[in-house]
Write a protein that binds this ligand. Structure first.
Ligand SMILES: [Zn+2]
Length: 346
């Protein structure tokens, strides 16, 4: 890991963090929110490095708070390297153990924070997946946030603020991380030797803004699954021939909706695949070179010619409505059934 430049996208969060470094004015607690795999924890680590990097800061200048800290860590000094490899005593990483952050972990943190930092200018505590704190752990953390220890920054990461105690959220400065753009993922994946350019484009679109998801999808054991999964989805949803969807027995589509609803973990990616397929059918009408599913060009050409633009756009909207309802905790199966009925009738 090097400095902030090794983080994909996230210009806004990095701009905020580098401003703190420049002004040497740090908040006591930060909350990073965003979907899984957009670089929240990595950014927290780089920030911890930047707060403590010894490069360019001589001992004399160390305590002169008027001198701005450099805005990205060097990544190679002894301090940076120990932070990166999680061996620095003053950069404390707390993460769920078997999916839960328990009170014992926060109590032990309290004991550590009662002492001065061992050596760091700024001690950094990263609580990764803070939504995994059980209520007791959350309340214990609240006590720390109410009386923040000196020379210490707490950084919480979570998917969304609603997963946390409102009292915890209100004591943190909230920084939102956006999903990584498809283009950035594509450029990143294209550098991988294990991937053809064609597959890089497909995986970048399926990963839905998450680098960790993209990296998991391109593992040799998974790549073929995801590439084929896409073909299966397009075929079984009837979207390979969207113009003749209305002649498909409704019962088979509802059964498909039920099957999809059982895979909650991958459902957002599945819906994204369906949307991107329909988007390709739209794009084909204007600029065929820009389609994403390049390996399915012939199918796209055929399907696109069979259906008009207006109908495609209402189908994309039907999927977007389902995505929104599912995010708002609607009944997944019902939302998908409604979606398929709209796909058929629009
Ligand atoms: Zn350094």
């Amino acid at each position: 890991m090097r400095g902030f430049e090794s983080i994909l996208d996230q210009k806004q969060p990095i701009r905020i963090l580098t401003t703190f470094l420049h002004r040497r004015a740090m908040p006591h607690a930060l909350l990073f929110t965003g979907i899984e795999g957009v670089g929240k924890r990595m950014t927290a680590m780089v920030f911890a490095m930047a707060c403590n990097c010894t490069e360019n800061i001589t001992n004399k200048k160390e305590h002169d708070t008027k001198i701005p800290l450099q805005q990205s860590p060097c990544g190679c000094c002894n301090t940076c390297r120990r932070i990166e490899s999680e061996r620095h005593p003053d950069v404390i990483l707390i993460k769920p153990v078997r999916a839960v952050i328990r009170i014992a972990q926060i109590r032990s943190l309290c004991q550590t924070l009662a002492l001065k930092p061992y050596e760091a200018r700024t001690r950094v505590v990263i609580i990764s997946d803070a939504q995994a704190m059980n209520p007791e752990a959350g309340n214990a953390l609240l006590k720390i946030l109410e009386e923040p220890p000196a020379h210490t920054i707490l950084i919480l990461t979570a998917t969304q603020t609603t997963d946390l105690l409102p009292t915890v959220v209100s004591r943190c400065l909230h920084i939102r991380f956006q999903p990584i753009s498809r283009k950035s993922l594509e450029t990143f994946l294209a550098k991988s030797d294990a991937l053809s350019d064609e597959d890089a484009v497909i995986i970048a679109s399926m990963a839905n803004g998450s680098l960790s998801k993209a990296l998991s999808m391109i593992k040799p054991a998974n790549l073929k699954y995801w590439i084929n999964q896409r073909k299966w989805l397009i075929h079984d949803s009837g979207l390979d021939a969207p113009a003749s969807l209305s002649s498909r027995p409704v019962a088979s589509l509802l059964a498909f909706a039920e099957r999809l609803s059982k895979n909650k973990k991958n459902l957002p990616d599945f819906l994204e695949v369906m949307k991107i397929w329909l988007r390709d059918l739209v794009i084909w009408k204007f600029n065929p070179k820009l389609i994403i599913n390049k390996d399915l060009t012939q199918k796209i050409q055929y399907a696109s010619q069979q259906i008009d633009l207006e109908s495609l756009i209402s189908k994309i909207k039907a999927i977007e409505v389902a995505e929104k309802d599912i995010r708002a905790n609607a009944n997944t199966r019902l939302a998908l059934e409604v979606m398929f009925l709209r796909l058929v009738t629009n």
